[in-house]
Design a protein around this ligand. Structure first.
Ligand code: PEP
Ligand code: CO
Length: 460
């Protein structure tokens, strides 16, 4: 195994301090649910996970770009086929915009099929004089504000597993069953997106891709024979927050003898649970999946160095993705020393940018929101910083949905605060809608183009 395992076991996290720990209503009930989950089929397979690891390894060397995107929190009330399809559409559209402009392969990883748990800044929530346990994601409790709904219920772990199974089943059908074939590039443009400036720009790109496909066909290339044109690799990810769930879905791979957390291809540790001696880092260090680590503005150089050593002790490319989420006012002063230090160490890490979580604020009407300009400002600074240090700005981590929601301000749909009330449906953080997401992808495609032009263009 690429990891140094020493005293790690699938349960060794239980002896460590647990940040964001949940007080379950009934520990025996939790134990029964854990045993049930442990007998269920895995959601993903070790071979797929190794393939993603390899692709992320290429990305860490500047040969690919990671697009990690999806809901802040998936909802038990919203797992319809249409919603999943529309989310996939917008991710495919973004990937097309990025690949077409920059000529770089885009690795597509959803925050999906397991993204049900939320860390909270405040353990409780107060409304009209009543104080209740905070909403922690549907894998733990309900979002309705009542004592009954907010009670952490172990049965919800099974609910999360079953919804993940159904979601992944549909994703596999969509991504391999023809829907994601490049010849269907026009179909991914939803009607409400197609009427926007970004949608029209996408349409032009799609026309050119169709022309290129026709050209290839005329040259005698069999388009139906090429799996890369007929479908896409699509991977799943979520924050590994609820460790009883992650442990119960961890399996030993018979081929390699390594442990894989088979709840998703990639797992990440959040900014609130990344303590060096904490349970979350302990659990993730021992599974062979690619791991993400959120890197917020309080991260110090020494702390990051030690986390890299613990999570990627043998410096395997693709093993560790660092997801920077500094906020648009902190990128230069907080991120620069971290990137410089790891560059000096020769650490094989993939740096990506989450321009969402450092840029959240409350609108006048009380809704949590983000401004598209702040999001793009952080992203632009991330690219500039890597350009000046000669390191690879290897990916983008975003919260989005395929629906026409009004949760983030500005962008392609030019939403203002008054619009926030019209279609605000997230159960946690505000997401970019499909038009804003596409707008972002075109901007990032330009940043990538500029980066590549400044660092020597790619050849075939
Ligand atoms: C998230 O990605 O939804 C999240 C909570 O992020 P962070 O840990 O960076 O705050
Ligand atoms: Co979020």
């Amino acid at each position: 195994m690429a990891q140094r395992n020493d005293d790690w076991t699938a349960t060794s996290w239980r002896t460590r301090p647990i940040a964001q720990g949940v007080t379950w209503s009934d520990e025996d009930h939790l134990a029964r649910v854990e045993s049930q989950l442990a007998t269920k089929p895995p959601l993903v397979f070790a071979g797929e996970v190794r393939r993603l690891l390899e692709q992320l390894g290429a990305a860490s060397e500047g040969k690919a770009f990671l697009l990690q995107a999806g809901d802040c929190a998936e909802s038990f009330h919203e797992g319809s086929a249409d919603a999943i399809r529309d989310k996939l559409k917008v991710i495919l559209q973004m990937a097309v915009a990025l690949t077409y402009a920059a000529g770089v392969p885009v690795i597509k990883v959803g925050r999906i099929a397991g993204q049900f748990a939320k860390p909270r800044s405040d353990a409780t929530e107060e409304r009209d004089g009543q104080t209740l346990e905070a909403f922690r994601g549907h894998i733990v409790n309900g979002d309705e504000f009542s004592a009954e709904s907010r009670r952490p219920d172990p049965e919800r772990l099974l609910g999360a597993y079953h919804q993940s199974v159904a979601t992944l089943n549909l994703l596999r059908a969509f991504t391999t069953g023809g829907f994601a074939a490049l010849s269907r590039v026009h179909v991914w443009n939803q009607e409400f997106v197609a009427n926007s400036l970004e949608g029209k720009r996408y349409s032009m790109v799609a026309d050119e891709i169709e022309r290129a496909l026709l050209f290839m066909k005329a040259c005698g290339i069999d388009l139906h024979d090429d799996s890369a044109l007929q479908g896409v690799d699509f991977y799943t990810s979520h924050e590994a927050l609820i460790l009883p769930y992650e442990q119960a879905l961890t399996r030993r791979d018979s081929l390699s003898g390594d442990f894989y957390d088979c709840s998703a291809h990639m797992l990440w540790v959040g900014d609130r649970t990344r303590q060096l001696d904490g349970a979350h880092v302990e659990f993730l260090r021992g599974v062979a999946n690619p791991i993400g680590l959120k890197v917020g503005p309080t991260m110090e150089v020494d702390e990051l160095r030690r986390l890299v050593e613990v999570l990627n002790p043998v410096n395997t490319p693709g093993r560790l993705t660092l997801i920077s989420r500094m906020g648009h006012e902190r990128v230069n002063d907080r991120l620069t020393p971290l990137v410089e230090a790891l560059r000096a160490d020769g650490a094989h890490v993939l740096w990506t940018c989450d321009p969402m979580h450092g840029n959240t604020f409350l609108a006048q009407g009380g809704q949590k929101t983000r401004h598209f300009d702040d999001i793009m400002s952080e992203t632009g600074q991330f690219f500039n910083l890597h350009q000046s240090l000669g390191t690879w700005p290897g990916g983008l981590h975003v919260e989005l949905t395929g629906d026409n929601v009004t949760e983030c301000l500005g962008g392609g749909s030019r939403l203002d605060e008054a619009d926030l009330t019209s279609n605000y449906t997230t159960i946690c953080d505000p997401r970019l809608n499909a038009t804003q997401s596409l707008d972002m992808a075109f901007h990032v495609a330009e940043y990538l183009q500029a980066y590549l032009a400044a660092n020597g263009t790619r050849s075939l």
